[in-house]
Ligand binder design. Structure first.
Ligand SMILES: C=C1C[C@]23C[C@@]1(O)CC[C@H]2[C@@]12CC[C@H](O)[C@@](C)(C(=O)O1)[C@H]2[C@@H]3C(=O)O
Ligand SMILES: O=C(O)CCC(=O)C(=O)O
Ligand SMILES: [Fe+2]
Length: 251
């Protein structure tokens, strides 16, 4: 469930600190596994460079997504509602949560996506489907590497203990494209409405792989409860520890 802890403006103002520094992991460096474990334990979040996902895949997906989100609402709604995949607007998840966001939700299984994509977007959306498949395949490959390094770093065997869950064709891992439209001035119509893009929540997965097209807005909560803004970076990914990986030690 998305929790709205504070009114949107208050929440935004409270989250302006850029300190402390976000852990940076260079996936090409041999000592990354230990740094990944440290970042996950201490921060639950890190920035990833030299990740191996081709820039071309990122650019192509972004341009196809922009094309889709620029369509008239009536056209986009033909790809909805989210059931369990498809196009969603303002309604997030199944708990009645709302946000100032429109999105596409898909599975990460290429085989299932092929079928779903054509059913949701029509056969004509071939370029978009190829862009999604190339991007999802490359990001999954990167995620396998992170998950295997994590198992190594935690000295858990076999090293594919986490990655095999994502490799499973039946995996419930999700691929989400979020678009945050410009936020209107507060007026009679929007007054009282939740103008936060995607409210406070945790992700239920093992890890989430995030990327932003150089637009700020993402905030994370630290152990002490303070929220910090994450400066966007066009060429990096950000990894978030999900509920399934987080283990609470007994007091
Ligand atoms: C409001 C919600 C949407 C979400 C489930 C949740 O209760 C909180 C987490 C959301 C999230 C984020 C990651 C994935 O995109 C997602 C599919 C998931 O498993 O958790 C979404 C959920 C959703 O959109 O249904
Ligand atoms: O759009 C974002 O940057 C993050 C949204 C998010 O937390 C999610 O999709 O789970
Ligand atoms: Fe999330």
């Amino acid at each position: 469930m998305v929790v709205m802890s504070k009114p949107a403006m208050e929440h935004h103002c409270a989250a302006t600190t850029l300190f402390p520094e976000i852990p940076l992991i260079d996936l090409s460096k041999p000592d990354s596994k230990n740094l990944i474990v440290k970042a996950c334990e201490e921060f639950g979040f890190f920035k990833l460079i030299n990740h191996g996902v081709p820039t071309e895949f990122i650019t192509r997906l972004e341009s196809e997504a922009i094309k889709f989100f620029s369509l008239p609402l009536s056209e986009k709604e033909k790809a909805g509602p989210v059931d369990p995949f498809g196009y969603g607007n303002k309604k997030i998840g199944s708990n009645g949560d709302v946000g100032w966001v429109e999105y596409i939700l898909l599975t990460t299984s290429n085989e299932a996506n092929y079928q779903k994509f054509s059913a949701i977007f029509g056969e004509a959306a071939e370029k978009f489907r190829f862009a999604v498949n190339d991007y999802v395949s490359a990001v999954k490959k990167m995620a396998y590497e992170i998950l295997e390094m994590l198992a190594d770093g935690l000295k858990i065997q076999p090293r594919n203990v986490f990655s095999k869950l994502l490799m499973d064709e039946e995996s419930d891992s999700a691929f989400r494209l979020n678009h945050y439209p410009p936020c209107p001035e507060l007026n009679q119509e929007t007054n009282g409405m939740n103008l936060i893009g995607f409210g406070e929540h945790t992700d239920p997965q093992i890890i989430s792989v995030l990327r932003s097209n150089n637009i700020s807005g993402l905030q994370i909560s630290l152990k002490d409860g303070n929220w910090i803004s994450i400066p966007p970076d066009q060429n990096s990914f950000f990894i978030n520890v999900g509920d399934s990986l987080q283990v609470q030690r007994p007091p």
